[in-house]
Write a protein of this length. Structure first.
Length: 198
């Protein structure tokens, strides 16, 4: 029993000495000796393109996002709630400045038929920083635009049909044309479209 206690006491001594050394070192460091130099190297400099005006995250594509639908604005007026997404060259959603035009087309020859006829267009001033920020929806990472002024035959589609009633579907196409600047400041025009049945 005596031997065991002695060996435990001997094993505790190095731990006590180490603890005292740490406290002493911290105390000395706190007395104004300055920071300890561990010899760490500076972080490597980034290899980014730092040309003036270069924007690596400039939009490469515009997308009429599938959340786009026929609905109503805050006052209850029929509207197309249009979601527009901008993507950079990595496919990530981005914000950018530039004028946006949203165009509404109706199929001319029925659902299966030929050409489309433009019905309406809306000019959205996304080149204005305030309007751009106010239009952006962080939850969907899209620009959420509530477009009003629909013709009567389309506005009435905002109401669901009465129970038991059926109505033929109308095929629309919503197109987006966004003018912006590319990575090197060059002018770009981005386009996309989405077919919407109402």
């Amino acid at each position: 029993m005596q031997r065991t206690l002695s060996s435990v006491k001997l094993r505790m001594i190095p731990g006590v000495v180490l603890g005292a050394a740490i406290v002493l070192a911290l105390g000395v460091h706190g007395c104004g000796m300055g920071p300890v130099d561990f010899g760490w190297a500076e972080p490597a400099k980034p290899h980014n393109d730092l040309r003036p005006g270069y924007n690596a995250f400039a939009p490469e594509a515009v997308r009429v996002f599938p959340l786009t639908h026929l609905g109503r604005d805050e006052s209850g007026e029929p509207a197309i709630v249009c979601h527009i997404e901008l993507r950079d060259r990595w496919g990530d959603s981005v914000k950018a400045l530039g004028p946006l035009q949203v165009q509404l087309y109706r199929q001319a020859g029925g659902v299966d038929g030929g050409s489309a006829v433009q019905i309406l267009k809306w000019d959205v001033g996304l080149e204005d920083e305030r309007e751009n920020a106010a239009s952006y929806d962080p939850a969907t990472q899209t620009y959420r635009l509530v477009l009003v002024g629909l013709p009567g035959w389309l506005a009435e589609r905002a109401e669901p049909p009465k129970e038991g009633a059926t109505r033929p579907r109308i095929r629309l196409e919503i197109r987006a044309v966004f003018q912006t600047l590319g990575p090197n400041g060059e002018e770009k025009v981005l386009r996309d479209g989405l077919v919407l049945d109402v």
